[in-house]
Design a protein around this ligand. Structure first.
Ligand code: KDG
Ligand code: MG
Length: 402
């Protein structure tokens, strides 16, 4: 089966998505997500100018060779733009292969290791009391695992937290917004927040927290240690992931489990973290981590070193990535948990899909391939709108990690 034609569809049904459609000479096509939040058009150009001309005519079933050709053949390896573009092609080819064989994708990834996929949701409040209300709402919806984030009293706007009544969305239209950041205020509130949550909701609920890369190694160690009595499922992105040696310091100080990797783009961003067992959960996604071909290798390496997966699943990853993640989650033996931030109803209309949510668990569905479609006519009504993630400044005006 040969690749005949490839299209890149950019649309913005409430937020921007880039989708690759790979057509074959047998009349079927596959979908790949190519969305890189805030840098969408760089991937579009990379695909259109440099990738699509090189893959036309290739065999759809040769996913390994196509992947190696695009990765090693380009000379310029790694990086989020390159790896997102390669991932889009790779996802679309795996979707095509599974459709051609008329099986759900997970059957090509080792079959089922479990019957359903544990997911975690987000509870965000403008202050700790509002956050408790949000936790309660999510428990009522059936969630067994909840990421808890709160606005910090005295700081105007906190990343990861929406204004009261609004839905949280990582990117905002126009040029980047600016948030302020104060480590001391943050560090004093978070342990108190988790104390309140445990007191009100008990021990059974799985609790997670995302520090969004904002702490120095010793600050992160302090937070992780102070959170120990509340038994978190994980503390995510405690330090900037660039200096991986930081995780050694963190590990020496705490038993709070650590998750990292949503901005990693290849196994070379995390092989040290995995092989030294410096983390417990790997967040690198199928989308920004080079596609199914590469995430399989990375997840299998992690399995050998007792590291579990916890794939990124924010709304800036399209339903195509959500489906691919769920097929992997169902089959990978070292699956840990899947992030689930439900898309707006309009997004689900543009991308009708077979995956479902029930009582805190998800299932990819048994449609062939990924089980996701794109409604081109509807997508065409929502053209691309520039949008960016916010930047963060400390209260002395200097830039801080977001
Ligand atoms: O594009 C950035 C968002 O996906 C990210 O900020 C969300 O940190 C995030 C998370 O854990 O979902
Ligand atoms: Mg995160």
């Amino acid at each position: 089966m040969k690749i005949t034609r490839t299209e890149v569809i950019v649309c913005s049904p409430t937020r921007n998505f880039v989708t690759l459609v790979v057509h074959s000479d047998q009349g079927i096509y596959g979908l790949g997500d190519a969305t890189l939040n805030g840098r969408e058009m760089a991937v579009v150009s990379y695909l259109e100018e440099h990738v699509i001309p090189c893959i036309t005519g290739r065999n759809v079933f040769d996913t390994e060779d196509v992947w190696q050709y695009l990765y090693k053949g380009a000379y310029w390896k790694r990086g989020p733009v390159t790896m997102t573009a390669i991932a889009a092609v790779d996802m679309a080819l795996w979707d095509l292969k599974a459709k051609a064989l008329n099986v759900p994708l997970y059957q090509l990834l080792g079959g089922k290791s479990r019957e359903r996929v544990l997911v975690y949701c987000h509870a965000n409040g403008i202050d700790p009391h509002h956050t408790l209300e949000e936790v309660e709402k999510h428990i009522e919806q059936g969630y067994k695992a909840i990421r808890v984030q709160s606005g910090i009293p005295g700081m105007s706007g906190t990343y990861g937290v929406a204004k009261k009544g609004e839905k949280y969305e990582p990117a905002a239209p126009g040029l980047p917004h600016e948030y302020e950041w104060n480590t001391e205020k943050y560090l004093s509130i978070v342990p108190r927040l988790f104390e309140m949550v445990r007191k009100k909701f008990g021990e059974e609920l799985l609790l997670l927290h995302d520090a969004h890369h904002r702490l120095s190694p010793i600050e992160a160690a302090r937070l992780a240690r102070e959170l120990e009595p509340y038994h978190l499922f994980w503390l995510e992105d405690p330090v900037s992931e660039e200096l991986q040696e930081s995780f050694r310091l963190l590990r020496r100080h705490t038993t709070t489990p650590i998750a990292v990797g949503e901005i990693f783009s290849s196994v070379y961003d995390c092989h040290l973290l995995i092989t030294e067992q410096l983390i417990d959960y790997l967040r690198m996604t199928v989308l920004h981590g080079g596609g199914i071909t590469h995430i399989l290798k990375t997840a299998h390496l992690a399995e050998i070193f007792n590291v579990r997966t916890g794939f990124h699943g924010a709304t800036d990853l399209s339903p195509v990535t959500m489906a691919a993640s769920l097929h992997l989650d169902l089959s990978l033996h070292n699956f840990g948990i899947q992030e689930y931030m439900p898309h707006e109803p309009l997004v689900n209309e543009v991308f009708p899909h077979a995956y479902t949510f029930k009582d805190g668990y998800m299932h990819p569905g048994d449609a062939s391939g990924l089980g996701v479609e794109i409604n081109r006519e509807l997508a065409g009504k929502y053209p691309y709108k520039p949008a960016y993630l916010p930047v963060n400044r400390r209260d002395d005006g200097t830039m801080w990690n977001w």
